[in-house]
Design a protein around this ligand. Sequence first.
Ligand code: ADP
Length: 483
Amino acid sequence: MKKHAEKFIGKLREPKSLRLYTWTSFMLFVTIILLLLWLFQYVFLESYYETMKSRDLGRVADKIENNIDSPNLAKQVRNLAFKNSFAIAVTDSGCNLVQYENTMGSFSLIDADIRRNFNRGLYDMKSRLIDSGKSWITITPKLDGNDDIRKMIYVTSAQSDTNHTFYIFIEASVEPIDATANIIKEQLIYITVIIFELAFIITLFLSKRFSRPIDSLTATAEKFAKGDLNVKFEPSKIREVNQLSDVLNTASDEIQRVETLRRDIVANVSHDLRTPLTIIKSYAEMIRDLSGDNPEKRNEHLDVIINESDRLSNLVNSILELSKLESAKKELELNEFSLHEKLSEVMSRYTLLNEQDGYNIHTELSEDVTCLADFALIEQVLYNLINNAVNYCGEDKEVIIRQLNKEGFVRIEVCDHGEGIDEKLLPHIFDRYYRAPKSKRDVIGTGLGLSIVKQILKQHGFAFGVSSTVGEGSVFWFEIKVI
Ligand code: ADP
């Protein structure tokens, strides 16, 4: 038994289809509304009617109470009794009549009491009011053998200006509402059936309408998951579904872009690896077949092989470095360092180039600052930018590393007077494997230097950029946080 119950609860908790969910929720809502309708229109009708009646009587009683000292009391009582078909009696504290008006004829219970019982009934009712401790009560006397006529008597007291207590008795007929209740019941049955049928059809239609765009998105997403990357997620009239399809379209575009990039990278890398490998192979063959016995030629060919191997290893290192940076596996190790100290370390690497190859690589420094960054990575940025400037510098062979102190950061500029970069190409310069047309890259570069620079600076959150004029040279700049 317990097992069955658990199974049933488990089934209930299973995710339901949107269509079923909309349908059941709407039907539940309709059922609750109908239930409330039945309760108020049928079950509570009688008590509601009696409450309304006693409220009416209370209002009339209030009017009399307010006029208890007025010389117009008699007129007021008469008017109210006629207007509402009531029997109204106002008595003193001994239940002797002060005012009396009856428009119900011999049907009136108060009238019968006054005529036949010497006001004993009024006396009883007054006692019940006092015993109840309330300011007013309603009494619904049982009438033997006459179900069609029911009465309600409202009893309350009033205090005159002379501090005398008066009692007000108002009698009204309570019309039987059985017939009305039956009519309402019959109508309610029709209404219930019609509303249920309508709700059933409308919700079936609505739930289908709501779930259709999501079903269509799911179908498209299934195609996408199976590898069809060209699918388009259709917009719909529902805003949330539209937002979802927009997000999915963006995701699909991004995946397509990454896929294209992956293909490009594989093509580029294999091209880049193939060139030095071919050179190495052909020079090795040359040594074997031709220059093996000629030490001068052999050494020359071996130098080419060594240079190409270095280039190959540089390329592989750069690829590894970049993929590590891009997958954010490399955590930043922030440290404080003196800019001048570190710059002079970097510059010492270029002494040989300055002295032997006639380069003029020098710094233009401002006041020293303490930087906060991962120095090993910033050092790599500097090397990549200076190496590029050296590779692409002009005839003057001058490369300037300039320091500009700003509020909260220091700006480093690496300037050369080379051929510069075309304005149209500037936005692509930091992209992976970007090669400017006619660049010397085939000979010297890997095409990854600037994308490594970009990754490192992005990871630090430092600004960077380039300005360049064709024929005049380029300025590559970046910022480092100072403390
Ligand atoms: P590479 O290894 O080819 O230099 P980079 O990513 O470092 O690769 O640079 C990408 C391209 O940007 C280069 O191929 C070159 O066309 C251009 N470039 C980079 N630095 C300079 C510079 N200082 N002057 C002119 N062109 C440059």
